[in-house]
Design a protein around this ligand. Structure first.
Ligand SMILES: [Cu+2]
Length: 120
């Protein structure tokens, strides 16, 4: 009986982890006006993780890394050819330009942190 409960709990935890890292779709944040968009880097997530930006215009993202683990030390935009080092506790501005409308993923070097720039 106890084994079954423990197994179920284990499955639940795994499902939660899978959902958290791969399937959660937080609501997009739309950019209004100029100024950098602040992104908090902490506990395995970017906040906000999904940001809508205008296509074909440079946009500045201000990464604020609060998590000291080396996992969080880089922000990579593979599709945009951008890679930035993020210092702990100090804002780091990264300017990117999505060339056309579409989704552009940002990740850490291990791909645990996942963010999405939605250009339209
Ligand atoms: Cu990582």
């Amino acid at each position: 009986m106890n084994t079954i409960v423990i197994n179920l709990a284990g499955i639940l935890v795994i499902a939660l982890i899978v959902w958290w890292f791969w399937m959660s779709r937080p609501p997009a944040r739309r950019v209004s006006g100029g100024g950098p968009i602040e992104i908090i880097v902490n506990n395995g997530v970017y906040t906000p993780a999904r940001i809508e930006v205008p296509a074909g215009q440079p946009v500045t993202l201000r990464f604020l890394r609060k998590y000291p683990s080396p996992c969080a030390e880089k922000a990579l935009f593979d599709d945009l050819g951008v890679s930035a080092d993020l210092p702990v506790g100090k804002p780091r501005d990264v300017t990117v330009m999505p060339p056309k409308s579409g989704e552009y993923e940002s990740t850490c070097q291990m791909r645990l942190y996942r963010g999405m720039l939605v250009a339209c």
